[in-house]
Design a protein around this ligand. Sequence first.
Ligand SMILES: [Zn+2]
Length: 503
Amino acid sequence: MAATATLLLPTSTPPEYHRIVSEAVHIPTDPTTPVPVGILACQRDPLLRELKTNVVSCMVHQPPPAPAGKKAKKAVIAPTLPDDPILEVILQDTVIFPEGGGQPTDTGIITTNDGTVWQVVQAKRHGGHGVHYVKVHGDVNVAISAFTPGSSVTVALDQAGFDRRYDHMSMHTSQHLLSALLETRLGLPTLSWSLTSYPTPCYVEIPRGMIVEEILSIQNEANRLVFEGRKVHVEVRELDREQEQGVQKLESGRAVGKALPDDYTGGVKRVVVIDGVDRNPCCGTHMPSLHNLQLFLLPHTDSLSRSTTTSARLYFLAGPRLIAHLTTTHSLLSSTASVLSCGMPLVPERVTQVIDERRRAEKRVGEVEIELARSLAKEFAAVIGPHQEGLFKQHIHRLDDSANALGFLSTVAFAITDTIPNTQKYLIIVTSSPSGQNASSTSVALVVGSDEKLVKAVGEGLKSKLGIKGGGKGPRWTGKWTGVWKESKENAVVQEILETTLE
Ligand SMILES: [Zn+2]
């Protein structure tokens, strides 16, 4: 994610970012009481990269049994747990965000008292607590003793962890902005959204497709707010489950968004506010302002059909992901322009031209092949004509780099049966190999003759003596062979098959 460096990163979160708006919520300071998910350090101060804290609990991770059935394909790929032993560590507080609100887990490091640096490969919310999945290198018992409850540690987002988080925060905050504008300007609720894995565009799912003008107007409005640098802050109060309304439903029965998870026991309700634009309950980490979050909407929607309803996906990019996208697309376009020896704006025109030329060339090759096949057939007819005593037999091996060498041989076979009179007795084998060969090269073989039985017999011979795979019908037999076809070896076997085939 080198492109991140080109963004001017804000260095610290302003103090007014995190606002506890009810007296019942306190950030625990007792070293044995972990801070609940909802008011973790990463949620109070999303730009904080390092924190000194202490271990509250540690246990060895027991992997759950693999779920039965086929795995569903996921757009969001969680970092996979390594095969090494894993410790589940709860810290008093943390800068590592456990997955939630559609935002994937952070990764990071924990440095224990003895100076050892441990990788946090995942973090998850268990009930109300964030649990760090720490990879163990070496002896599990030594690891457990490094994480003795009460011992002090430093938890941090390393560079890779911070780049990952910065991208997630940028995309997540942009999603709040985008969803708010879609809702207020076009009456389009966000049914779901996906923070896809870097660097793919993320998307919001909406009840219908959008026209280009709508997409442009939302993008312009979003970027106007970005240039203003609208502030973002978080309001936190105690969670009253009784007061919580379930999610809204569309007429179709489709839910709009997701409710607070039933297993959340942190007791905190968190609302993310974009000044004058949006208030939205969410547990994710968000940028303190829209500054630098230029939003790019892919100028189309993909429609999506479910059993009862249809919806559409609108893809978007912002922050480091947008810069990565621009860098990649620019480099793809400029390398294509260089291959085509033209300026970038001319690429579409040149590509169309090249494709047209190629189509014409393919048609021409087809015509020339038919002409060549007829000419070959005539040559055979000329040789066979005077050959009056019994069966005329011949093998020809040719070099052909065409992707469809067998197609050409079939054309030859048809030309032969069309050209040579029925009264002539002949048996012809044509084989062809590419000019440069290796162990996976394909050579092809064709047998054509006046006597179907002899054609079949030769085909069987090619199968059993050379291992050619093939089959045939009537006076034609075709087959394929993999490997390096040698004149001295394979051609000799074909010749022998031909010689030993008698009328
Ligand atoms: Zn959110």
